[in-house]
Design a protein around this ligand. Structure first.
Ligand code: TPP
Ligand code: SF4
Ligand code: MG
Length: 200
């Protein structure tokens, strides 16, 4: 557990702050003791969110948070396990884990901070980048059709799957509380602004 929860190292205008606030408030309002919380992410700046929430946390490999989170939950079912991913992480390199967790109804919360691009590697197209958007990897416009994350989850029988804008913070907090109380796999796609790279 980390003591300094406010030493946050994101771009100052990052909208990840809203998701962070929503997760913190949801845990507080549900009175979940910090010893019973595990946040699972992979490595990168957004994934640092795990270090700013009062609870246990682990940073895993790119696209592999769900296997870690599943193992933690199976070992100790009383824990609240929240896996936090990003759009390429969750809908690209980790897509297989996502779909199988939906199908298995693994009892974890799965939040995707969907900024519709690869932000860390400075602005390439991801599986949710809208068609015809110009990025570094699609200089003449993205020729592909993006995934609809909720339809994707539902195609694998996910029973709790929602998409929400980051600015709807009160709704987001309530949705996270519902997800924590849901007995099964709970997927929330947070459409997140990324002022450094997302210009659409
Ligand atoms: C196995 C592996 N493949 C590729 C990379 C390079 N890489 C680092 S971040 C990234 C894109 C991340 O995009 P996303 O998951 O949407 O997160 P964001 O940066 O937008 O928050 C890639 C391809 C890596 N670190 N590890
Ligand atoms: S690059 Fe985008 S998503 Fe990453 S910290 Fe900066 S504003 Fe946030
Ligand atoms: Mg992204």
């Amino acid at each position: 557990m980390r003591k300094d929860l406010n030493n946050i190292q994101w771009c100052p205008a990052c909208w990840g702050f809203l998701t962070l606030g929503a997760v913190r408030s949801a845990l507080k309002e549900l009175n979940i003791p910090k010893e019973d919380v595990v946040i699972v992410t992979w490595i990168w700046c957004s994934s640092k969110i795990s270090q700013y929430i009062d609870g246990f946390w682990t940073e895993t490999l790119h696209g592999r948070s769900i296997p870690y989170a599943t193992g933690i939950k199976l070992t100790n079912p009383k824990l609240t396990v929240i896996a936090m991913w990003w759009d390429w992480d969750g809908y690209g390199i980790g897509l297989g884990h996502f779909l199988h967790a939906c199908r298995r109804n693994t009892n974890i919360v799965y939040i995707v901070e969907d900024n519709e691009n690869y932000a860390l590697t400075t602005w390439q197209a991801s599986p949710t980048t809208p068609t015809w958007i110009k990025t570094k990897s699609t200089p003449t416009g993205n020729p592909t059709t993006p995934f609809d994350p909720v339809s994707l989850a539902k195609s694998a029988w996910c029973q709790f799957s929602h998409s929400i804008q980051d600015k709807e913070i009160v709704k987001l907090k309530e949705l996270i509380k519902e997800a924590i109380n849901f007995d099964g796999f709970a997927h929330i796609d947070v459409r997140q602004a990324c002022p450094s790279w997302k210009r659409w």
